[in-house]
Design a protein around this ligand. Sequence first.
Ligand code: 5GP
Ligand code: MN
Length: 319
Amino acid sequence: MGKKIKEVLSLIKNNKKFLIVSHKNPDGDSIGSEIALALGLRKLGKKVYIYNQDPPSNRYSRFDKAGLIHTDKKEFNEDIIFIVDCAEIDRIGNIKDEINFKKTIINIDHHISNEKFGDINIVKGDYSSTAEIIYELLDKLIDLDKDIATYLYIGILTDTGSFRYPNTTSHSLKVAAELVDYGVITSQVSEFVWFSDPPARIKLLGDVLQRITLHKNFSIMIVTKDMLKKWGAKEEDTEEFVNYGLSIKGIKATAIIKEKDDGMLKVSLRSKNGVSIQELAAEYGGGGHKTAAGFTIRGDLETFKNELEGKLEKIVNKF
Ligand code: 5GP
Ligand code: MN
């Protein structure tokens, strides 16, 4: 067993109150990891509070039946703070100024670029998801059960895009298989995650796909505020749209630019065939992985789209 895991296990045993935090706009891996960890700690009789700046999207709120995830601030006086799935401390958003950094911070993440801001950092860049790491921790701590296994499975399933992305390894498949052995109903999870979309999302998707621009080896999609309004869709309905831009043969990189209410643009980047878009996201102050990264920037959509076109052109057509 790794030394750091041992240290975390003893911190858990010797403390009572735990805060669990993840990133802004939490995804399936954030939520699956947070809830699984919380349920595991509760099995040991610990007090746990999960806080995220933003609530889970409709897709993932279905899984928080017990309302374990909070977005309301309180006095944070927990002994130990787990920060999961965050490469940088700023990713946790508006709680940063209220956390007592004198408390012990345990940073658990799978981003290779993780800044190791914790007192203990368990960072595994070759793991598909934070859930895969939480599995290893919980497996040594408690008897896993169907409920906990389901949350961990959701984390792995969503961060691997249902085992399609290059981060799908024999290890992630083995962990998923072990989780299924605890009784995860895979068809039910799939239905909740992938087959329960609101009609507005599908209408909006049609519009976004119509407007995709195809360039030499890359593509760009946009989602304007007007498009959301036209179809009665919400920002969260655009989750995963970016993958369509990469699904075309010959396309090695894609971007989706989304206009937000506050005048900012949220950009998601994806790549394949050995191309890395991580550095491009970092150039704009964002981050992520080699083939999936993102950032947020202030600007005009059309102007920024032109700028991004130039950058992507260079990245995918290097010679
Ligand atoms: P998405 O494009 O789906 O929001 O995110 C894809 C990947 O990029 C995720 O691993 C996510 O953590 C990372 N990412 C997205 N936006 C940001 C950002 O603003 N900052 C950092 N550091 N990472 C981001
Ligand atoms: Mn993740």
